[in-house]
Design a protein around this ligand. Structure first.
Ligand code: SAM
Length: 213
């Protein structure tokens, strides 16, 4: 039995890892508004999903690492040398099936198995916004070590939503899982990410780009 007021954890939390491994095959239902997401009232959702897909598709070709790539829903729109890394083997398998010219691999985004400056860019979608302080610091240290640019795509803060919370998530088999999540404003993300430029500030998604010397 897990305690209710447990400290925030995500990338190092074993139960969270199990949740994403189990969720892999149904993960895209969230993006596509299918399955139990079909019943959610999300005005403008599909337009904004289209917007972030185009934003990824329009990024200049380069050596890009998608950290915590998930099912590859966004990864597949990157151009150039593309590597996806995720701790879930089921997610990695889905991403690989979508990357004709890229590579997906199992690994830890908080301890990247790549040399310094191996990439031009790290992109990360809906990962950064789950991380508590200590995991965030570890991720930013690794992202800035392997690339000089970081693009963060995440969930935008919405009215009436707590900025950070343990959420109860229900999968299609009705199993329940507790997941830590933050919702971000542009100014907060910019402040956290070295004065990041905000590329998109929508009702559902926020996208920021930062660089390190
Ligand atoms: C909310 S999903 C995001 C997937 C995808 N990037 C997207 O934007 O749709 C979070 C992903 O983080 C992955 N993950 C969690 N902890 C990780 C870690 N330590 N290293 C790599 N991936 C991790 C999970 O397996 C899951 O695929």
């Amino acid at each position: 039995m897990r305690v209710v007021n447990q400290p925030p954890a995500f990338a190092r939390d074993i139960a969270t890892g199990d949740y994403y491994e189990q969720r892999a095959d149904e993960y895209d239902e969230w993006y596509l508004g299918e399955g139990h997401f079909a019943a959610r009232d999300r005005p403008g959702w599909h337009e904004e999903v289209g917007h972030i897909v185009r934003l990824v598709d329009d990024l200049p070709a380069g050596r890009t690492l998608d950290a915590a790539c998930g099912s590859g829903f966004l990864t597949r729109h990157l151009h150039g040398l593309v590597v996806g890394i995720d701790q879930s083997p089921a997610m990695v398998s889905l991403t690989q099936s979508r990357l004709a010219n890229g590579v997906a691999m199992v690994g830890d985004a908080l301890s990247l198995p790549f040399a310094d400056t191996a990439f031009d860019r790290v992109l990360t979608g809906h990962f950064y916004g789950h991380l508590p302080d200590d995991e965030r610091a570890a991720f930013l240290s690794e992202a800035s070590r392997v690339a000089s640019e970081l693009i963060v795509i995440d969930s935008a803060m919405r009215p009436g939503v707590a900025a950070e919370q343990w959420q109860t998530r229900v999968l299609n088999d009705r199993s329940e899982h507790r997941i830590f999540k933050r919702y971000l404003t542009g100014s907060q993300l910019s402040e956290e990410l070295n004065g990041a430029e905000i590329l998109f500030d929508g009702s559902w998604f926020i996208v920021a780009r930062t660089t390190w010397a």
